[in-house]
Ligand binder design. Structure first.
Ligand SMILES: CC(C)(COP(=O)(O)OP(=O)(O)OC[C@H]1O[C@@H](n2cnc3c(N)ncnc32)[C@H](O)[C@@H]1OP(=O)(O)O)[C@@H](O)C(=O)NCCC(=O)NCCS
Length: 204
């Protein structure tokens, strides 16, 4: 609590106009676990098996000391105006030698879909990956039917560079998976456009 008695706002680790990315805590997991078990949310998010609170807490503990060179960096996505967690995103399988990594993102609060939140949170994640971690390439695997996620990836500057055919088994069928990539050079050359993208997201 602040000295005034007012509730202190969390200081954002990565701040955007509408959302910020914060370190994940056990409280966030309490909110996130019921959502990731929601069929509509987990459908294309590779959450094929039920996720328990205990498993997520262990996963968080296993990430270890992220001030060191972890190979996975998870974030909670905070809705600034309402001071609550609406999703999560992460940089995974970081190869510090090859300077590449995979990214994942999910908005568990379905009421927030279709408002450009994934693009804003994804932009913060990419700015961190390229601008602070000095990574060379970011990769994302997105199932072919997940048009919303593909739209967000394209809008964030990633490009589909290839398709893994019959790669995953969903709803009784093998479906294709699209591999998206973005290189540091592309991120640098799109910097101005990204600024405008975030400006456009700002409420008028
Ligand atoms: C996929 C997900 C992250 C997208 O989040 P979101 O905040 O709704 O996405 P955005 O509003 O930022 O959408 C981004 C863009 O996608 C595109 N888009 C949205 N819905 C679309 C659809 N049905 N078809 C095609 N494109 C679509 C649009 O270009 C949109 O931008 P615009 O409407 O501002 O022009 C969210 O729906 C989610 O968490 N789903 C469940 C988990 C999941 O699938 N995670 C991704 C695993 S790869």
């Amino acid at each position: 609590m602040a000295e005034s008695g007012k509730k202190s706002l969390p200081i954002p680790f990565l701040a955007g106009p509408r959302v910020s990315l914060q370190p994940q805590s056990e409280t966030d997991i309490t909110v996130a676990v019921p959502r990731i078990n929601d069929p509509e949310v987990r459908h294309y998010a590779r959450a094929t098996y039920p996720v328990t609170m205990e498993a997520r807490k262990k996963q968080l503990a296993d990430v270890g000391d992220i001030s060191q060179k972890s190979d996975s960096i998870p974030f909670a996505i905070w809705l600034n105006a309402e001071e609550r967690v609406i999703g999560d995103c992460s940089i995974n399988n970081i190869s510090w030698t090859d300077r590449n990594a995979w990214v994942g993102l999910g908005i568990g609060d379905k009421t927030m879909w279709g408002q450009g939140i994934a693009v804003e949170a994804g932009t913060l994640l990419l700015d961190y990956a390229f601008g602070e971690l000095n990574l060379h390439k970011i990769i994302a695997g997105i199932f072919m039917p997940n048009k919303r996620s593909q739209g967000a990836a394209r809008k964030g500057g990633l490009e589909c560079i290839g398709i893994l055919h019959d790669h995953v088994f969903v709803d009784g069928h093998f479906i294709d998976s699209c591999i998206f990539e973005m290189f540091r050079d592309e991120w640098l050359s799109q910097k101005d456009a990204r600024g405008k993208l975030l400006e456009g997201i700002l409420p008028s």
